[in-house]
Design a protein around this ligand. Structure first.
Ligand SMILES: Nc1ncnc2c1ncn2[C@@H]1O[C@H](COP(=O)(O)OP(=O)(O)OP(=O)(O)O)[C@@H](O)[C@H]1O
Length: 948
């Protein structure tokens, strides 16, 4: 059978060979011979490997030499460019004259005439004129390209590691936004700068980490433009931005969203989104007038590049609000306030630049938020560019003169020391020389870069040929997936400070700067935390409370501090303190208490490494993280951020969430009233609870004694949990920040001037708690809206009180009788007492089970509250989210007494009006009681005494 088959196969084989023979020609034979010749025998394979190894090591050496060389060139370029910019002036002022726009009456010869590239003539009345000189003058026909070509050296300087700042200044409607933002056809400085930065970093032999942030200063407040703003009064507020400075003077803005961008398009997308959230309004001068200062910050970080001036530096691109004369714009109300705020900060900016130009010892940075934010980007070796915009119209002559005078003041040194022609021409020659040098260096750098690229390609080829096919495939896969070595290095460095953040968590819930103070390491390990630690970050729901008040922490960080507290572990670990040098925020009503409750979040969804938020602090040159953690910056990946935004219905609107916010401002006046003494709050979980509920404090003296009994002095006191509202009240009282509490039931106010003396805190059995004088007492009223709504906490309490079983309340640490709706409305003070207690109660509800379990080291189910009680609270809180708004109708229907009115009654016993009223009464009394008394020798003091 088998032989039969093989015979059959043989026939087939012979047949196929015959067919094959027809194809055998000389070419085929030759190629087969070549293949045989080239088949490596054992010895030759080894030789080849050795050859390629030597080749690759040679190439590597060559590459190293070239890299050294290009680094040297980078240093040279940096120095020469810096010399050039120094000669030109680190603070440069350009002037741009706007063309007549459509619809404007075109005047033949406007009052402003650009004479040449550096001067401008202003025609005044009576054939008088004034000449202004600037570093550059752009006439109305100048294109965006021309403008940017003058700006570009500053961008190069930024790549070299210098901080920079570019402003657009001018009267409203003169083209600032046009210059900075531009249009889709002719993009302005911002998009061009972003593009140029990416282009130049790509050309560099290093890898850069670029981040993007955008904010505006509106009415003296910082507002993050990458975070949707609340549209309705009931929407939760985004976190406060606060300006921080580290010991070296670097400025960081706490809570500002910082997004890592890897290309121009990503950054542009963010910029466009930010622009949509800007505050604009129609004014008499401009239909879409910017009512704020819009500030774009692009930070770049590059490790391992000693030739750069700094490891991390930034450029600010600022579209300033339009300066305006109120008389002319006829602004009123909010527009007037905006105009005033803008003018004030512009004037502060002028002062700062002027002081810098004159090398004054004191630079008044602290006079406005604008100058404080820009502090490290103005002066020193930072590059500053101001583009002053003027209108060509006759009717704007006054504003034009103001703007030009401002610009002249900014560059006053130049005017003060008017250069002679000789000096000027010498300077120009030197500048030309430097310019040529730069160009030469640039050519060399290009040449080197090409060489390096060629060698790298060669090396890659060699590496590939030395590998098996399988290895080559793997290598090619790796090279497409993995970042270049430099980037890898960068990532490792960032990895040291990486923060595991859930992409879906609202940003309020992310750890704050304070929370990171305790340990950077704890933060890093959040992914694989041990159960005890991870328990502290609640998985079922998130609750954060943040309190902003002027504090200064123990590190040398000098700033307005925002202490955020949360039930998150990271928040618990924060250490905040106040010392005597705390400086107050300028515009504050900054005693804000915010309370945010978030719906259930599954933190297990969190944090693959890709989703992580990298937190890059200012890293020291040796690569270690700075000890000062307060100035670290959260960096989000752009996709991650966009995902966050996508989950919200509208980027420009606010995504209604089930969050709630309690925001209670205390007037700045109160904070400042006795600001010499400040309280230090230290947070330390190791120390046992400081039980405020059992403290009865009648006077300063007694308070101190109480604290001493607790074994600590005031300044050393530590607490093991986030302070409650009540705690903070006491802190405030100790530090004399608050005004005397208003007279309330069962409360004795001994010395109204002395806030502490007037404070009475009792436990539940004893009486009432006395928080500071929050006039809103549970209802808040909003501008332009005939609507009051209950602050969530109060309503939560009400809900809880109405529906809860009394056992729940009894089980809690505090006992209080649940007031009904009418009760809490009519007795606002009680509500506040209750709200403070509820804060505690809630804390216990959320934290105590795990906390107690940890402490007793046993059963995690140990809880001061029963399961049903916990459920109850949750339900109430959920209900609250949907029910928190109380319209005016609601109030009327329920015949509620408005607490605001009640508060006014309370507060009307104070202040100038009250004294005035008294005086009027006295006068009337004098008149009525008759002059007879006067005749008897009684004077006004007598009557005054009678009335009092
Ligand atoms: N150089 C220019 N070329 C063409 N159009 C310009 C130029 N400068 C300004 N404009 C136009 O003038 C109008 C007002 O400009 P823009 O809104 O930029 O002023 P602004 O100074 O930013 O005003 P505000 O301070 O009120 O925001 C716009 O319609 C803009 O397109």
């Amino acid at each position: 059978m088998n032989s039969k088959k093989s015979i059959h196969n043989l026939a087939e084989t012979i047949h196929s060979l015959l067919g094959f023979k027809s194809r055998l020609n000389s070419t085929w034979v030759k190629s087969v011979c070549d293949i045989i010749k080239n088949i490596p025998h054992e010895g030759s394979i080894g030789n080849k490997c050795e050859e390629s190894a030597t080749d690759s090591s040679k190439i590597k050496e060559e590459l190293a030499a070239l890299t050294d060389c290009i680094n040297q060139l980078n240093i040279q370029r940096r120095q020469v460019l810096n010399d050039l910019l120094d000669l030109k002036g680190n603070i440069r002022v350009f002037c741009r004259v706007r063309p007549f726009t459509l619809g404007e009456h075109i005047e033949r010869s406007g009052p402003v005439v650009a004479l040449d590239t550096g001067s401008l003539l202003l025609k005044l009345a009576d054939n008088k004129s004034k000449r202004y000189t600037f570093d550059k003058v752009f006439h109305p026909g100048s294109s965006q390209d021309e403008v940017f070509s003058e700006v570009e050296p500053v961008i190069k300087s930024v790549v070299d590691g210098y901080n920079a700042c570019i402003f657009a200044y001018g009267q409203t409607g003169t083209g600032k936004t046009f210059t900075m933002e531009g249009t889709s056809d002719s993009p302005g400085i911002v998009p061009r700068t972003i593009e140029a930065l990416f282009k130049q970093t790509a050309e560099s032999n290093h890898t850069f980490l670029v981040t993007f942030s955008m904010l505006e200063i509106y009415l003296g407040n910082l507002k993050d433009l990458l975070v949707p703003q609340p549209m309705r009064p009931t929407d939760p507020l985004p976190p406060c931005l606060s300006i921080q400075s580290d010991p070296k003077g670097a400025i960081e803005i706490e809570n500002l969203v910082t997004i890592q961008v890897s290309d121009f398009n990503q950054a542009l997308k963010l910029y466009r989104l930010g622009c949509r959230l800007r505050s604009t309004a129609s004014t008499n001068s401009n239909a879409t007038s910017s009512r704020s200062h819009c500030m774009i910050r692009i930070s770049i970080t590059c490790f391992n590049a000693p030739e750069r001036r700094r490891e991390t530096n930034k450029i600010w691109l600022v579209d300033l609000g339009g300066s305006e004369r109120v008389m002319k714009t006829k602004a009123w109300g909010r527009r007037l306030d905006e105009g005033k705020a803008i003018n004030l900060s512009l004037s502060a900016l002028g002062d700062v630049i002027n002081a810098l130009q004159r090398n004054k010892n004191h630079i008044p940075y602290r006079n406005s938020k604008l100058t404080r934010v820009l502090k490290d980007s103005l002066g020193d070796d930072s590059k500053t560019l101001m583009l002053v915009h003027v209108s060509p119209k006759e009717e704007d002559l006054c504003e034009t003169i103001c703007s030009l005078n401002f610009a002249t003041r900014v560059k006053s040194v130049h005017l003060g020391h008017e250069e002679s022609n000789e000096v000027r021409s010498h300077k120009e020659a030197v500048m030309k020389n430097l310019q040529q040098k730069i160009e030469k260096i640039e050519d060399e750098r290009q040449h080197m870069r090409r060489k390096i690229k060629r060698l790298k390609d060669k090396l890659e080829g060699l590496t590939r040929t030395g590998l098996s096919l399988e290895e080559q495939v793997q290598l090619s896969q790796l090279s497409t997936e993995e970042p270049p070595p430099d980037l890898d290095f960068t990532k490792n460095r960032i990895g040291n400070v990486i923060t595991a953040l859930p992409s879906q968590l609202p940003r309020f819930m992310r750890s704050t700067i304070c929370s990171r103070r305790k340990s950077g390491k704890e933060h890093q390990t959040s992914v694989g935390r041990d159960p005890v630690h991870s328990r502290r970050r609640r998985q079922s729901s998130q609750r954060a409370e943040s309190v902003t008040f002027p504090v200064k922490n123990n590190s040398e960080c000098n700033s307005d501090r925002s202490i955020s507290r949360s039930t998150c572990a990271v928040e618990l670990n924060m250490k905040a303190s106040i010392d005597n040098d705390t400086e107050y925020s300028q515009d504050t009503s900054e005693f804000d208490i915010k309370m945010v409750v978030f719906p259930e979040q599954n933190i297990s969804q969190v944090t693959s490494n890709h989703q992580m938020t990298a937190q890059v602090g200012h890293l020291e040159k040796n690569g270690s993280r700075k000890s000062n953690k307060c100035c670290s910056t959260k960096i989000l990946k752009v996709d991650q951020w966009l995902d966050l935004r996508k989950s919200e219905p509208s980027i420009s609107g606010y995504a209604p969430r089930n969050d709630w916010v309690l925001d209670i401002p205390i007037s700045e006046k109160k904070q400042r009233s006795n600001g010499q003494k400040k309280t230090e709050i230290l947070w330390n979980e190791k120390v046992s609870t400081y039980d405020f509920a059992t403290q009865r404090i009648h006077s300063k003296k007694e308070k101190r004694a109480t604290l001493e009994v607790a074994g600590r002095s005031v300044s050393e006191r530590v607490v093991d949990k986030p302070p409650t509202l009540k705690d903070l009240f006491v802190e405030e009282s100790i530090s004399n920040f608050i005004s005397p509490p208003h007279a309330t039931r069962g409360q004795t106010t001994e010395h109204p001037q002395d806030s502490l003396d007037g404070l009475l805190i009792e436990d539940n059995q004893g009486g009432s708690l006395s928080p500071p004088d929050f006039c809103c007492d549970g209802l808040e009223q909003f501008d332009n809206e005939n609507e009051f709504y209950a602050t969530p906490m109060v309503q939560a309490i009400n809900d809880t009180a109405q529906s809860s079983d009394s056992s729940m309340l009894k089980n809690s640490r505090y006992q209080f009788s649940p007031p009904d709706m009418d009760n809490w409305i009519s007795n606002s003070q009680e509500i506040f007492d209750v709200s403070a207690l509820a804060s505690e109660l809630e804390w216990y509800h959320e934290k105590a089970p795990s906390k107690m379990a940890t402490e007793v080291g046993g059963n995690e189910d140990v809880s001061p509250l029963s399961q049903s009680s916990q459920k109850e609270i949750r339900q109430n809180l959920c209900r609250l989210k949907s029910q928190r708004a109380l319209s005016m109708d609601d109030i009327k229907q329920k015949d509620l007494k408005m607490p605001l009115i009640e508060s006014q009654e309370i507060t009307q016993n104070k202040g100038a009006c009250y004294i005035l009223k008294q005086k009027v009464q006295i006068s009337w009394a004098s008149a009525l009681l008759g002059l007879g008394f006067l005749d008897l020798g009684f004077d006004h003091d007598f009557f005054y005494g009678l009335v009092l």
